[in-house]
Design a binder for this molecule. Structure first.
Ligand code: PLP
Length: 388
């Protein structure tokens, strides 16, 4: 798996210029505004003739350092950071669509992306057609009157992959902007812009942070797409990232390739073992059914498995000692989340119900603990939950 690309990404993430006073890390500019030395430099900034920072809702030097690193890491021209993954996703979508425009979105997208499209966007006259990410004929037909193709590969819960090269080309041909949520793979394992996708969005709360102490989001695209967001959307919605959190994300980035390598090996090992377990009926992990066209260079630590009828799911969750029950993923710690808990959730647009997620599916996020310890924990919990 890891290759030259990983090595160059690792160097990109660890190598940094020297900062003020010889500091090795980017200083945290904890300042809401930045003052000007004289009248002319202020006027130059207002005319857009200088890039001196102005106000931290629109530009902050620490946030900019993170954005520059992320643009390079994804192979894009520019990046914009936000206070959450959902702020990144909503800003990016709103920069492309308008009332009367149509979005084509793959099934099994992240639940709040689904609710944003079904609820919020619908209220403003933006319609969304949901399609099976494997069904190229249906996607081709849906694109004919669309403005945006929204992908998430691998997708939530079932981890299904989409053919990025193919769908990116189809969207371009149809004059449709393509966008992908790349949170699962991170730029270490997938670089969608290099596959012809126009815009990449991330929940940086997951692997990019890696330490479960930040909620943040990122958009990476051409300068033109980023300008559409900064000129028409983001200053007014105001969902900016703080300088302190940008600094925490840059700390996370230094170990991203090392962490991803560990998540890859550990989760794949556990997925293979689960696939052989008598109480497990299916494993949703893209590494177990690799596609010839896959653009993944490796696999992260999040996947799901389906348990047999005789497994008591609440007991399985309660018996796990190293996997804590909780939402989110991508951190150092292992987590478990049964699909039945979200199927039973009270929400207006329930994606798990609408997309037909199996109530016997269990999602786990394999953290950085020792693989053997995690496997032993899963084995004892499965045994204890066996009602047969
Ligand atoms: C968590 C998540 C999001 C939302 O990100 P936040 O940082 O929680 O706003 C979006 N997409 C995917 C795939 C996620 O897992």
């Amino acid at each position: 798996m890891p290759n030259d690309k990983l090595i160059s990404q690792q160097t990109l993430l660890t190598h940094d210029q020297r900062h003020e006073m010889g500091a090795v890390t980017t200083p945290i500019y904890q300042s809401s505004l930045f003052t000007f030395s004289d009248y002319d430099s202020m006027i130059a900034r207002f005319r857009g003739e200088s890039d001196q920072p102005l106000y931290s809702r629109v530009d902050n030097p620490t946030v900019k350092a993170l954005q520059d690193k992320m643009a390079a890491l994804e192979g894009g021209e520019a990046c914009l950071a936000f206070g959450s993954g959902m702020a990144a996703i909503s800003n990016a979508i709103l920069s492309v669509v308008a009332p009367g425009k149509k979005v084509v979105c793959v099934n099994h997208v992240y639940p709040d992306t689904y609710r944003f499209l079904r609820g919020f966007c619908q209220r403003f006259g933006i319609v969304t057609e949901f399609v099976d990410g494997d069904d190229e004929a249906a996607i081709g037909a849906a694109l004919s009157d669309a403005s945006l193709l929204y992908l998430e590969s691998p997708s939530s819960w079932v981890m299904s992959e989409q053919n990025l090269n193919q769908l990116g080309a189809m969207a371009r041909e149809a004059g449709v902007v393509s966008m992908i949520d790349n949170s699962w793979a991170s730029p270490i394992f997938q670089q969608p812009l290099l596959c012809g996708i126009d815009i990449v969005v991330h929940s940086a709360s997951k692997y990019i942070s890696g330490h479960s102490d930040v909620v943040a989001g990122l958009v990476i695209a051409s300068q033109q797409h980023i300008n559409n967001i900064t000129r028409h959307i983001s200053p007014y919605l105001g969902g900016k990232l703080s300088a302190h959190e940008a600094s925490l994300l840059m700390r996370g980035l230094r170990t991203l390739p090392l962490r991803m390598k560990h998540h890859h090996q550990s989760a794949l090992t556990i997925a293979e073992k689960l696939a052989e377990h008598p109480l497990v009926t299916d494993v949703c992990h893209p590494g177990l059914k690799p596609q010839s066209w896959s653009t993944l260079r490796g696999y992260s630590g999040l996947f799901a498995f389906e348990v047999a009828e005789q497994v008591d799911i609440p007991q399985l969750c309660n018996a796990l000692e190293l996997f804590h029950m909780g939402v989110s993923w991508g951190g150092f710690e292992s987590l478990v989340m049964p699909a039945i808990s979200v199927i039973n959730q009270a929400s207006e647009f329930n994606s798990a119900v609408d997309f037909g997620v199996s109530p016997r599916l269990i999602r786990i996020s394999v953290g950085l603990e020792e693989t053997n310890d995690l496997w032993a924990d899963l084995q004892q919990a499965l045994a204890s939950a066996n009602r047969a």
